[in-house]
Design a protein around this ligand. Sequence first.
Ligand SMILES: Cc1cc2nc3c(=O)[nH]c(=O)nc-3n(C[C@H](O)[C@H](O)[C@H](O)COP(=O)(O)OP(=O)(O)OC[C@H]3O[C@@H](n4cnc5c(N)ncnc54)[C@H](O)[C@@H]3O)c2cc1C
Length: 453
Amino acid sequence: MHATASRRAFAKYATLSFNTDMTLELFVCSTYYFIVQAVTATRNGAWHGRSAENSGREGEAVRTQVGIIGAGPAGLFLAHLLHRSGVDCVVLENRSREYVESRVRAGVLERTTVQLMHEIGIGDRVVREGLVHAGTTLAVNGEPFHVDFGELLDGAAVTVYGQSEVMKDLHVSADRLGIPIHYEAQNVTPHDLDGERPKITWRSQKGVHSLECDFIAGCDGFHGVSRASIPADAIKVFERTYPFGWLGILAEVPPCNHELIYANHEHGFALASMRSPTRSRYYLQCSLDDKIEDWSDEAIWQELAVRIGDSFAPKITRGPSFEKSIAPLRSFVCSPLRYGRLFLAGDAAHIVPPTGAKGLNLAAADVIVLAKALAAFYASGSTREIDGYSARALDRIWKAERFSWWLTHLTHRFPHMDGFDRQMQVAELEYLRQSRAAQSVFAENYVGLPLNA
Ligand SMILES: Cc1cc2nc3c(=O)[nH]c(=O)nc-3n(C[C@H](O)[C@H](O)[C@H](O)COP(=O)(O)OP(=O)(O)OC[C@H]3O[C@@H](n4cnc5c(N)ncnc54)[C@H](O)[C@@H]3O)c2cc1C
C-alpha cells in the first residue's frame, strides 16, 4: 500500500476506533502505519516519517516525496496530479496567494489543458464561464480571413478562460484536498540536487524551515531559483529575444469580435482578445524603449483601430483600461529538464512569445508527463519514466517553440525588414488565407498538438 494511502487508512481507522480500547487500537494502528512506511521507504529509497502538513516550527526538518517550488499553473497542476496518484508533495511559493491569483497573464486554453482541469476535478467553472472558440481570424493590411478549427479538425476548439481564473480554481481545489502550500516563503533554496536526499530550505515569519524530499520539481517560472541552482555546465540554453514588446490592456468593454483577431499591419502587430463577453484584452506591438506613460488609452484605441482594419475597427468599444503593461518577447529553452533529483517544468524550463498562446498550456503539458513519470516510479520503483521525462517533454516543447516563433515572424514588423521581407510575410499570409492544407497545419498547432506528438 502506498504511504499516503496508508496514512489516510490509518487516520480513518484511528477515528473509528476512538471510542473502544483507544490505547490498544492506536498502538496497533501506529505499528501498522510505521511498518507500511518503512516498507515503502525501503522500496523507494525514501522515508516519510513526518507529515509535511505538520510543518511550521523553526528548524524542524519535514519530509515529503516531492517538493514543488512555485505555486503557478505548473506547480499547482503538478500538485493535483501527484495528489491524485497518492504521491505526497509540498508546495513553496514566494508570493502571497492573492498576488498569484490576480496576476494577469494567459487566456487561451488548449484542449489538453481543459481536459486536465476536468481530470483533476476543476472542470465545472471553465465549462460554465469559458468561451469556446472554434476558429480565429487573421488580418493582413486590414483584410481579414477566418480559420475554422472545428471544420478543419473535426470539432477542435480552444477555450478562452483567464489564467487568474485557472489559479483561483486550483487554489480552491487545493484547499479542499488539503494540498499543503506555503505562501510567502522567502529565500527558497534547493540543496543537494545531485545526491540521494535533496532538500529545500526557506524562511517564514516563524523562522527557517527545511523540507527533505525524494525529488524537487522546479515550477518557479523564468526568474525562479530552480534553474539558477543548476551548474552552468550541466544545462544548455537556447534563446532568442525579439526586438519589440507587447503593450497589453484590459478594459471592461465587450470584445470587437466573438473570436481572436491576429492582425499584421505596416505599423506592426495587433491582437484583439478577450477574457469574457464584457471584458476585452488588446495588445499592440510596441518598441522596447516605449514607456507605459507614453501610451494614453486614447492613443491605444486609435492605433488598435488602424492595425485591426476597417472590417472590425467600427466594432471596437472604447473605454478606460484598468490594467496596462508592456512585456518583452522571448523564446527560451533549457535542456535537459533534469539535474540529479531536480526536474524543471513550465516557464522555469522554457519561454515562448505569447503569439501562439502556448505558455500556460506548455506548463500544463510538462507536468502531465512529469506527474505520470513520478507516479510510475512510486508504483514500481522503476526509474525508466523519470529518466525519459526530459526527452519526452522537450520533444513537444520544441514543436510549440517552433509554432510560436513562426507565428511571431509571420505577424510582427521587425526593425531590419525591407520590402522583400514584407512581401514574404504578405505572401505567406495570403497562402494561409487560400490553402486548406496550410490552414490545417495552423489549426493543428494552435489548438495544441496531442501529448504524444
Ligand atoms: C506578462 C505576461 C503575460 C503573459 N501572457 C500570456 C498569454 O497571453 N498567453 C500565454 O499562453 N501565456 C502567457 N504568458 C505566459 C504564461 O503566463 C506562463 O507561461 C505561465 O504562467 C507558466 O506557468 P508556470 O507555472 O510555469 O510559471 P509561473 O506562472 O511564472 O509560476 C511560477 C511561480 O513560482 C513562483 N516563484 C518564483 N520564484 C520563486 C522562488 N524563488 N521561490 C518560490 N516561488 C517562486 C512565482 O511567484 C510563481 O507563482 C504570459 C506571461 C507573462 C509574464
